[in-house]
Design a protein around this ligand. Structure first.
Ligand code: NAD
Length: 301
């Protein structure tokens, strides 16, 4: 990582799996970074890793406020009320929401942020905690060109791939579309692998075949080998967060007047059993009940 000093000062709000790693990556790249989290344990963990941390009521004046929060409700709270960036942030500073948020809320907040003399960018990410830790995230960007240009050095330090998809909220729209497909591919790939196992083909051999053909996806190429077949289930993304993303995608489709039958079926499958997997389990565990029949086949062979 470069130790070059960068002009932008950045406050990262939300020091969880993603935000904590993003803050450390930006600091290692030479930015002046301060971290904040509602929970003292999260602040202490990052302070132990060398990050300057402050309580939410002691945020410094910064050029950028980078949010990595569970839901739009948390984003709204941080922007509007507690601590209330609308009133606290210096005029001209940029609020960058990297959370997977509700696009309708993002568009509403973007208007308020702009009216307060600040700038808005939605920048939801993929690549998990590992991508956040080594600066190789994929980012979907929603905002205007001038704001994008202003924070580009920061985005470049965090990501390997950046796709500007439109104005405020657009990044969050496309992120929901992406996560819908990711959630669906976990189900369909598990069913395909289970079917092949029942027919006497090893899961690894089945995946090798799929990955050489047109049915492949990031799920078959990355998730299955790294987290499912290895049984490591340590991707850092929880089932609860994916369920949230699916509900947001379903609600967005309904609000747009296009209820989507397959999307609803995927939402139902992910909510069929609140304990299998539990919200706190790795999201790749959604394949476990489907693959159970494949494992029975293996043990009988
Ligand atoms: P996380 O639960 O690990 O971290 C969220 C952090 O926000 C927690 O430390 C929490 O204490 C803090 N927080 C909550 N409310 C707060 C407030 N009002 N002020 C300050 N801090 C507050 O979640 P995560 O896995 O890091 O995910 C963050 C966002 O990124 C989510 O929207 C998620 O959907 C998205 N995302 C996660 C992944 C992943 O692999 N984990 C990948 C892509 C996108």
């Amino acid at each position: 990582m470069s130790q070059t000093e960068h002009a932008l000062s950045i406050t990262v709000i939300g020091l969880g799996q993603m935000g904590g790693n993003m803050a450390l990556t930006l600091q290692a790249a030479g930015f002046e970074v301060t971290g904040s989290d509602l929970f003292e344990a999260a602040r202490e963990r990052l302070a132990g890793l060398g990050l300057a941390v402050v309580a939410p009521d002691a945020l410094p004046a910064s050029d950028v406020y980078l949010l990595s929060l569970p839901t739009s409700a948390h984003v709204r709270e941080v922007i509007e009320t507690s601590p209330g960036l609308l009133a606290l942030a210096p005029k001209g500073s940029v609020i960058v929401d990297t959370s997977t948020s509700d696009p309708a809320v993002s568009r509403e907040l973007a208007e308020k942020v702009t009216a307060a003399g600040l700038h808005w960018l939605d920048a939801p990410v993929s690549g998990g905690p590992k991508g956040a830790a080594n600066g190789t995230l994929g980012m979907l960007l929603g905002g205007d060109d001038a704001t994008l240009e202003r924070v580009m050095p920061m985005l470049e330090a965090m990501s390997a791939k950046r796709t500007h998809v439109g104005g405020p909220g657009s990044g969050h729209v496309v992120k929901l579309a992406n996560n819908y497909l990711c959630a669906a591919h976990l189900l369909t790939t598990a069913e395909a692998v289970a079917m092949a196992a029942k027919a006497g083909v090893e899961p690894a051999a089945c995946l090798a075949g799929i990955n050489s053909g047109s049915g492949r996806s990031a799920i078959s190429e990355v998730n299955f080998p790294e987290w499912v077949l290895s049984e490591r289930f340590d991707s850092g993304f929880t089932t609860g967060l994916m369920r949230k993303d699916l509900r947001l995608a379903r609600d967005a489709a309904e609000q747009l007047g296009i209820p989507l039958a397959l999307l609803q079926a995927v939402v139902n499958a992910w909510h069929a059993s609140p304990e299998q997997p539990a919200d706190s389990d790795d999201f790749n565990h959604i394949t476990t009940p489907i693959l159970a029949c494949a494992r029975q086949t293996e043990s009988h062979s």
